[in-house]
Design a protein around this ligand. Structure first.
Ligand code: BG6
Length: 290
């Protein structure tokens, strides 16, 4: 086993992979293939946000880090009884491989283990492989392969929670001139004219394949979100009332210190995967000074 990684059992029987190399520390829950922590050693502040009362329980998603949404994003298209954002984030994955890279980063490769209950929710068979590279940046690549004889359609995304100085201090750039669908405005659409600032609940899906940036003057930094094979970006903050109603968004004002900027493919950007073909969506996070 690679020396920079350690498998640990923690609360409620959940297993984690802990990574500690010369560049960064990270933790990945085997339930959900969920990076619930990553911090480059050079960073002055945390980069990912994780709720202080995140639930570490079998079958529940962890509030924070990088939840994987797959094979549907948001509500299931036809059956509201299926779990929101798909089942990939709440079922077990297993470690296939871990490699120490020459630049000091650690690569791990995971595959999802479909349970009997979730297999019943699908009409097709598939393989899902998640590659994570933990270093000065955090890189994720999710590859779906169609093992059936007919095409199928997925929507997907990295529902990442970023740590910020305060929701009122930041702006999200890179989405100017993109078309959006606004969940709060009854799925109305529009074109984003300028960089995004926040003073209320915000929940928009953008048709966009560009890289995005979270500019945070108080922290004197920008978080760069590189995207590959992703034609949607979701930007979300619940604001106070919804955050308090959710039960796992942390103490009173904790929600102010996070924003989700999600590399995704959904709505009209959902992906058709043909038999014996694969599709990958990748994203990479890094921090620069402003
Ligand atoms: C966002 C959705 O992506 O995820 C929101 O647009 C939703 O509507 C949020 O509330 C959180 O979802 P969940 O299932 O993790 O509570």
């Amino acid at each position: 086993m690679n020396k920079s990684i350690k498998i640990i059992d923690e609360v409620d029987g959940l297993q984690f992979i802990e990574i500690d190399n010369s560049l960064a520390v990270a933790r990945v829950a085997l339930q959900g293939g969920h990076v619930d922590w990553w911090r480059p050693k050079s960073a002055k502040q945390d980069v990912l946000w994780r709720s202080s009362n995140a639930r570490y329980e079998k079958g529940r998603s962890i509030r924070g880090g990088v939840p994987i949404c797959w094979p549907w994003f948001g509500k299931h298209p036809t059956d509201g009884s299926f779990c929101a954002h798909g089942f990939a984030r709440v079922i077990p994955w297993k470690l296939l491989e871990s490699v120490q890279l020459k630049n000091g980063a650690t690569k791990i490769v995971l595959t999802m283990i479909p349970t009997e209950a979730v297999t019943k929710q699908l009409t097709y068979s598939f393989e899902l492989i998640l590659t994570i590279i933990v270093g000065e940046s955090l890189y994720l690549n999710l590859e779906t392969t169609n093992l059936s004889d007919s095409p199928f359609v997925i929507s997907e995304g990295y529902h990442t929670y970023f740590y910020i100085s305060d929701i009122k201090n930041i702006k999200v750039t890179g989405l100017e001139n993109s078309t959006y669908t606004d969940k709060i405005d009854n799925f109305g659409s529009g074109i984003e004219k300028k960089s995004i600032t926040f003073n209320n609940e915000f929940d928009r899906v953008y048709t966009n394949s560009n890289d995005c940036y979270i500019e945070d003057e108080k922290f004197n930094r920008v978080i760069t979100i590189k995207k590959s094979n992703s034609n949607s970006t979701v930007v979300w903050t619940p604001w106070e009332e919804k955050a308090l109603a959710m039960g796992d968004m942390g103490e009173k004002d904790e929600w102010r210190r996070m924003v989700c900027v999600e590399t995704a493919n959904l709505l009209e950007n959902s992906v058709v995967i043909y038999p014996k073909m694969s599709h990958s969506i990748a994203t990479e996070y890094s921090v620069q000074e402003l």
